[in-house]
Design a binder for this molecule. Structure first.
Ligand code: ADP
Ligand code: MG
Length: 704
């Protein structure tokens, strides 16, 4: 929230009655509360319900703070000195509850009278099966004292330091109680279109802010919360939609308006297989998108093995036909090498130049490549991060493809954009499907293609979970597969913090596997992060060429590696992997027409989350479903690539728990963008100026 300069919301927090300089310092340090507005946005974590008075007999351990009403029937000082406590019994028609004080005993003693009626409020606990309230708030109902408190009392998040200084979650409520009456409608003007407010029956912003703190009823609180969550999710999506719409209308992009000889010749003569329907559809989407004169910025989601590489190749041919260079970036050397190999093989009989540039490209070769890129004789280049280094200059880069997107940051994609006067089209390909709900929030500024179809003839991978103790039978199974001419992977976990230990595990695993397969005709490859690129390459290649039957590897093998003859994967310590990672790994098998198997090996001690992950893996091969589950289990903060960007972190809303609100926000956003893409109608002007006044630099300059 950034209010008008004159607004009371900008007043420094120390000016609020009850704060002052000392507390202000603490509030700033501990909770980042600098102004009245910040305090207004410090939302309660819950409310204590003081509308309700519980019959004592109904109290149970699931309740937290409770209010009871009854007569004081007994009153007694127990213990000596330090262990002294005051104990009272309060009785209503249904039962008796114990009230206990360890401190301020004299003060309480003076005020309580046996035989009087009281309203008592406090945190419920049970001692030896009996309900009790320690240090409750207590008010007399007899002597015409203060009127009993009713309503919903907010409790705020606080910190240990603040609590030590008397500012606990409930004390903060005293401050908001001072603040709220000073805030007026004009401080929180409405910016949502009136028709939307009406259609969704949202309370006004002003009302929502007031009621989220001090609601009269639970319903008031809930509609305030709904409104504020909706607002967050809607604004986030509107920002993305505006970026997209601006790009569609105003960006300049190179024009790929002809499908020429290269594309056609390849398509007619060298295509190694019939394209899947999904591949055809996506190619068409890309062709339409790149012909318009605006910059394409597209996210291609395709499950593992859906054939994204072919889409990349055809798009690169399209670029070449229109006289432009293109590049394909991969996250690792192995992958870059593999892409280069398979693309050059497919392009063997074509008149087109393609090169490979990685960190380990030799100096002479490198210089040759750089000059060919600069003078335009090199039409296509495959590589790693090395491609976006400053020394790499293109003559006319028209297309940049990024494979396995989440390993590249936004900043790196921005670098790519700078490689050319007119920004190149960008195609981001990812095999870790992002749940739909998340995609439209985090990547709503990108156009979106999905490949939800696998090439024909694939059999779903059979996945099972086995305990360590079953290792001998697992090994027997692998042996049978190998005897039938298949190949197998053994995958070991890799956690950065303990590289050394992981390495030892891997070596031990290698010895173990070797012991199980002593036959002289069986060979084992090993690939891990500590090897030099060349070594990795050689070992990969030996496996790919079927010179070895078994691949023992860490997760470096994870992405994109393509050996269709491999039909078994054994994942060791499978409980240590996340869902998406397991899915990625598993995608290394099931690439040929043979039935494939994935065996998840674990110890006996499993957490509930780990068991849940294993269960999901055994139940489905659908990457999109797995991504949804992953989101549910881990939350958006842990999904790769979204952590740093923070795009999915909201103050109130959660894209997992508030999926229903997110969907409504998405519908409304879409409707609005269809009706008034420039937000120029009178009703939408306030929304537009709100969005413009708050556009974050990063958000609006984001390219992907
Ligand atoms: P991913 O989408 O995971 O990157 P790849 O592009 O590596 O998938 O393709 C996986 C495998 O499927 C490769 O061996 C590729 O040659 C093959 N493939 C791709 N498209 C088709 C198709 N339309 N028909 C048959 N096989 C295909
Ligand atoms: Mg791939």
């Amino acid at each position: 929230m950034s209010p008008e300069p004159s607004s009371i919301l900008l007043s420094p927090i120390e000016y609020l009655k009850g704060v002052g300089p000392l507390r202000a310092d603490l509030l700033k340090k501990e909770l980042n509360l600098f102004s009245f507005g910040d305090l207004l946005e410090h939302f309660p974590i819950r409310h204590l319900d003081r509308t309700k008075v519980f019959p004592i007999a109904q109290l149970n351990p699931s309740l937290d703070f409770v209010q009871v009403k009854g007569r004081l029937v007994h009153f007694e000082l127990i213990g000596e000195r330090r262990s002294k406590r005051l104990q009272a019994q309060l009785k209503d028609a249904t039962g008796t509850i114990e009230l206990t004080w360890f401190q301020g005993i004299q003060w309480v003693q003076k005020r309580l009278l046996v035989g009087d009626d009281y309203l008592v409020f406090g945190k419920l606990s049970f001692f030896m099966g009996k309900p009790q309230l320690v240090h409750p708030e207590i008010e007399s109902l007899d002597q015409g004292h203060v009127a009993p408190k009713t309503g919903l009392e907010p409790v705020y998040p606080s910190t240990e330091k603040l609590k030590a200084k008397g500012l606990n979650g409930r004390a903060l409520a005293k401050l908001t109680a001072v603040l709220i009456p000073q805030i007026h409608e004009r401080d929180l003007p409405e910016f949502l279109p009136q028709s939307l407010v009406t259609a969704l029956r949202l309370p006004s912003r002003f009302k929502a802010y007031r009621n989220i703190h001090f609601p009269a009823t639970i319903q008031d609180y809930e509609s305030a919360l709904y409104r504020l969550k909706f607002e967050e999710l809607f604004l986030a999506q509107m920002r993305m939609a505006m970026i997209k719409s601006n790009r569609h209308r105003f960006s300049k992009g190179v024009v790929f308006d002809q499908v020429g000889d290269l594309f056609n010749t390849f398509y007619k003569e060298h295509l190694p297989f019939e394209l899947t329907g999904a591949q055809k559809r996506v190619i068409k989407e890309i062709r339409t998108d790149t012909a318009k004169g605006h910059q394409m910025n597209r996210l291609l989601q395709g499950d593992v093995g859906s054939g994204k590489t072919m889409v990349a190749l055809l798009t690169m041919l399209l670029a070449a036909d229109n006289g432009y260079q293109s590049c394909l970036m991969a996250p690792t050397e192995i992958l870059a090498q593999q892409h280069f190999n398979s693309l050059s093989r497919m392009l063997e009989k074509m008149e087109v130049s393609i090169g490979l540039l990685t960190g380990s490209t030799k100096k002479a070769e490198r210089e040759k490549l750089l000059s060919e890129l600069a003078n335009g004789t090199m039409q296509m280049i495959v590589g790693t991060h090395a491609l976006i280094e400053e020394v790499v200059q293109f003559k006319n880069l028209g297309l940049a493809i990024v494979d396995e997107q989440h390993r590249f940051g936004v900043a790196q994609r921005a670098e790519l954009k700078l490689k050319s006067a007119i920004p190149p089209h960008i195609l981001v390909m990812t095999a870790t499907p992002i749940p739909r709900t998340m995609a439209m929030t985090a990547y709503g500024d990108l156009d979106y293609s999905v490949m939800d179809e696998l090439p024909p003839g694939r059999k779903p991978i059979t996945t099972v979970h086995r305990y360590e103790t079953a290792r001998p039978s697992v090994m027997d199974f692998v042996r049978k597969e190998i005897a039938q001419g298949r190949q197998a992977y053994f995958i070991y976990p890799l956690i950065e913090e303990s590289v050394k230990m992981d390495f030892e595990h891997l070596m031990k695993g290698y010895e173990e596997v070797k012991a199980f397969f002593p036959e002289p005709q069986y060979y084992i490859s090993m690939v891990h992060g500590k090897q030099k690129a060349e070594m990795k390459e050689t070992n990969m290649l030996r496996f790919k060429n079927h010179d070895t039957q078994i691949m023992v590897a860490t997760t470096v093998i994870e992405v994109g590696v393509d050996v269709p003859n491999a039909s078994v994967m054994v994942i060791e310590s499978a409980e240590r992997f996340g869902l998406s990672q397991l899915h990625q790994l598993r995608g290394r098998v099931g690439r040929g027409s043979a039935q494939s198997f994935c065996i998840l090996l674990t110890g006996r001690n499993l957490t509930r989350d780990a068991l849940e992950r294993l269960k999901i893996m055994c139940a489905t091969n659908d990457g999109f479903l797995i991504a949804e589950k992953d989101l549910e289990i881990r939350g958006p903060g842990d999904i790769e690539g979204t952590r740093q960007s923070g795009v999915l972190q909201f103050r109130l809303a959660s894209i997992v728990q508030d999926k229903a609100i997110l969907d409504v926000a998405a519908q409304q956003c879409q409707k609005l963008m269809e009706q008034d893409p420039e937000l120029s109608s009178a009703e939408n002007l306030q929304l537009k100026s709100y969005l413009l006044s708050r556009k974050g630099k990063t958000e609006w300059s984001r390219i992907a």
